[in-house]
Structures are given as structure tokens and as C-alpha cells.
Design a binder for this molecule. Structure first.
Ligand code: PLP
Length: 415
């Protein structure tokens, strides 16, 4: 057995060397798509002592493992045949009802013409919305920088990305209007208005009202992505676009990834019935329905336990980590380096002074075993110059935050 395991790869290698492998004629849409810079960085993280500020993961201490094990046992004891069977594409009905009730209670979301579908993570919700809205070559407007998973989904569907700069108070409305004027084929604006990924910025209420007015004026949809909305640890809530929506113009995308479990892959879209019906058809083609066992676990968790209390505990953990990172940055970074001060979520955004080389900074940080994601990964146009990088504080330990920020500050001073 052991001998065969050793010899087989050698035989295969000799065989392959003599064979001309097929020339894969990859589609135009996928030819230009590169693997996510973040996944590439993960490959370097195996080295001992590596400190990563690169991830976008929730802290595993936030997973309610004991409760989920208990619920899973209960489902297998009492309802295994339903959990292991096909389900409906719209999603597990009790879970949909529980989410609708929570959206109404917490966010005042849910008009009579709205419907809700469970999707396989917010990622699928974003991709499906683009799929049903866009023809090849249609324009999608987005904040610049923005979430790489969404940008790549739009690219993979042949949409053209037009980035609109993000200011400290949210998307730049004047530039948004210019972009709308010069792109009459724009189909929707993709926005993460609350604790934005990667910048950690929250769009103010005033800006949200202006954006909604512009969307009406130019006849476009708003895709509001809000996976971090529950994670406010400072300041006051700002109404969501969806709660201000009066004419079915906003598609709202939510997720349980950052409040219960990311591996569960449960998200949801809430929008006008007509659009949701199309999304149901598109989802049927992709994966029939979202994993039913985890939909059931999620529903039972909400029914049996206190999700809001659980979320408060996560907020406390992230408040502590964010404050620690911000004070380490304030104490150590040269004053020429600027950074955002998020009121929630899991990221902040650091910018080097004019003339500094981001490439050199990232390279030196990697040599010292500290990993961050270069801002270029989040740009609508990855070739445009960038001096910013993203820092994550949900994953590293307190010691890593203090040590890693000191190392990054030393590199900034050296450069
Ligand atoms: C802004 C944003 N939207 C959507 C997602 C996708 O989340 P999921 O597919 O895990 O629900 C993420 C994940 O990091 C994100 O940062």
C-alpha cells in the first residue's frame, strides 16, 4: 500500500511528461479574473510568528458552538428526514419568517410589496442581483474602494465597474451624479453604507437621502449590502437605505456570517417581490437551495436563544479590539499616516503619505511577518495608484495587535 502510494505519482509524472495537455480556451469573462489578493496572502501565513491583519473572518470565539451542537442533535433526533431532503429555493419557511420579523423589529425593513429569499451567503445574494439585472457591458456603480468578492462577481458576469470615491462621510455624491450622467447604462449602485469593507466608513443619513434621490432621478436600483450592520460598538444607528425605500428601489442583502457562523453560508435578500421572483429562478439554476440543515439550525438558534444578546457580546469583543488597534496606531504611527476610526464592523483603512510606495511597505511588512491587504485589491480599477491598505482587528489576539502595529509603524518611519 505504502509502496504504491510512493510509486504512483512517479508513474503519473512520467506519463504526463509525454502528453501534450489540452489548451484550455478560458472564457473572456474569466481570463482576466485574478485570484483574490487576500487568498494569496493566506498562503504566506503558515510561517511561525506570522501576524495577520489580512483576514476578513469573524473571530471564532463568536461561534455559538455548544448551542449549535445541541440544536443539530435535536434536528437529527426529531427531523432528520426534512433536514436531509431537498427544500424549496426561496428558503426554509420558518427561517424566512424569523428573519422578516427581525428585519422589521431591528431595521424597520419590510414593505407589503417586499419578499425575502435565503441565499448561500451574502456573496450569492450580490452575484444573483447582478445576474438578473445586468446584460453584458452594463455598468455597475460602486464605492471605490469596495468589497473584492462583489467586484469579482460583477466582473465575472461581464458588468463594467465604475468606482465612485468614498469620503469620510460616505460615497461622494457629486462624483456619483457625474458618474450617473456619463453612464446612462448604469443598472445599479452597489454600496456597503455601514462599516464599509474595506474602509470601515459609515455613510451619514444626509448622504443616504441624497443618494436615494439620485437613484430615483437617474432610475437605478440600489443594492445595499449590510453584513456588518449588527456590529455597531460606538455611536448611533443610521437608517438603512431599505428602510427609507418607498418605491421598491432598494435590494437589501444581509448575512449571518459575522454574527453566527461564516461557514454556515446563510444570507438573505429582501427586495421587491417581482425582482425576488427572478432571483428565485436564477438561484434554482445555481444551487437549487441553500443548505437546509444549516437553515434549520439557524432558525432554531433564533427561536431558542437570544440572538440580540449574542450580538451584544460580539460587539463588546470587537469594541475592545478596535479600540486597542486605534490606540496602538495613535501611539506609534507617524502623524503623516492617516486611518479611519470605525464605529463597528471589523476593518479600518490606513493611508500612507504622498510619495510613499505601497508596494515597498507591503513587501517590508511581509518580510517582518506582518500581513495586510493592499488597497489595490479593493479598487474598481486595480491599475489606479493607491497608498492605502486594510487592517482587520477581529482575528488577531491583543498581543498581536500591539506587536504588529508597532512593526508596521517602524516600517512607515523607515520608508
Ligand atoms: C461587504 C461584504 N459583503 C458580503 C460579504 C459576504 O459574506 P457571506 O457570503 O459570508 O455572507 C462579505 C464577506 O466578507 C463582505 O465583507
Amino acid at each position: 500500500m505504502g509502496g504504491a502510494a510512493f510509486i504512483l505519482p512517479i508513474i503519473l509524472k512520467i506519463y504526463r511528461n509525454g502528453v501534450n495537455f489540452m489548451n484550455y480556451n478560458i472564457s473572456e469573462k474569466f481570463k482576466s479574473l485574478k485570484p483574490s489578493a487576500i487568498r494569496e496572502i493566506f498562503k504566506s501565513l503558515g510561517t511561525p510568528g506570522a501576524i495577520s491583519f489580512a483576514a476578513g473572518n469573524p473571530n471564532p470565539d463568536s461561534f455559538p458552538v455548544r448551542e449549535m451542537r445541541e440544536i443539530a442533535d435535536e434536528i437529527f433526533d426529531k427531523d432528520a428526514s426534512a433536514a436531509l431532503q431537498y427544500g424549496i429555493t426561496e428558503g426554509y419557511t420558518p427561517l424566512r419568517e424569523l428573519i422578516k420579523a427581525r428585519l422589521k423589529r431591528v431595521y424597520n425593513i419590510g414593505a407589503p410589496d417586499d419578499e425575502l429569499i435565503i441565499v448561500t451567503g451574502g456573496q450569492q445574494g450580490i452575484e444573483l442581483t447582478c445576474k438578473v439585472m445586468c446584460n453584458e457591458g452594463d455598468v455597475v456603480l460602486c464605492e471605490n474602494p469596495s468589497f473584492i468578492g462583489a467586484l469579482n462577481a460583477f466582473r465575472s458576469l461581464g458588468a463594467k465597474l465604475v468606482g465612485v470615491p468614498l469620503n469620510d462621510d460616505g460615497i461622494d455624491v457629486d462624483k456619483l451624479e457625474n458618474a450617473l450622467k456619463s453612464n446612462p447604462k448604469a443598472k445599479f449602485l452597489y454600496t456597503i453604507p455601514t462599516f464599509q469593507n474595506p474602509a470601515g466608513i459609515t455613510t451619514t443619513f444626509e448622504i443616504r437621502k441624497k443618494v436615494l434621490d439620485l437613484a430615483k432621478k437617474y432610475g437605478i436600483l440600489i443594492l445595499e449590502d449590510n453584513p456588518y450592520g449588527d456590529l455597531r460598538f460606538k455611536g448611533d444607528d443610521v437608517p438603512t437605505y431599505k428602510s427609507l425605500d418607498t418605491d421598491g428601489r432598494v435590494m437589501y442583502c444581509g448575512s449571518f456570517s459575522k454574527v453566527l457562523s461564516a461557514g454556515m453560508r446563510i444570507g438573505f435578500l429582501c427586495g421587491n417581490k417581482e425582482l425576488i421572483q427572478k432571483i428565485v429562478v436564477a438561484k434554482q439554476v445555481e444551487d437549487v437551495h441553500t443548505n437546509l440543515m444549516f437553515q434549520m439550525i439557524c432558525a432554531k438558534y433564533i427561536e431558542k436563544y437570544d440572538l440580540d444578546k449574542h450580538i451584544l457580546e460580539i460587539r463588546d469583543m470587537y469594541r475592545h479590539k478596535a479600540e486597542l488597534m486605534i490606540s496602538a496606531l495613535e501611539e506609534n504611527m507617524p502623524k503623516t499616516v492617516s486611518f479611519t476610526r470605525p464605529e463597528g464592523g471589523i476593518f479600518l483603512w490606513c493611508s500612507l503619505p504622498e510619495g510613499a510606495s505601497l508596494d515597498q511597505f507591503i513587501k517590508k511588512a511581509g518580510e517582518k511577518n506582518v500581513f495586510v491587504v493592499p488597497g489595490t485589491a479593493f479598487a474598481a480599477d486595480p491599475d489606479e495608484p493607491c497608498r492605502s491598505f486594510r487592517l482587520n482587528y477581529s482575528m488577531p489576539s491583543d498581543e498581536e495587535i500591539v506587536k504588529g502595529i508597532k512593526i508596521l509603524a517602524d516600517i512607515c518611519r523607515e520608508l
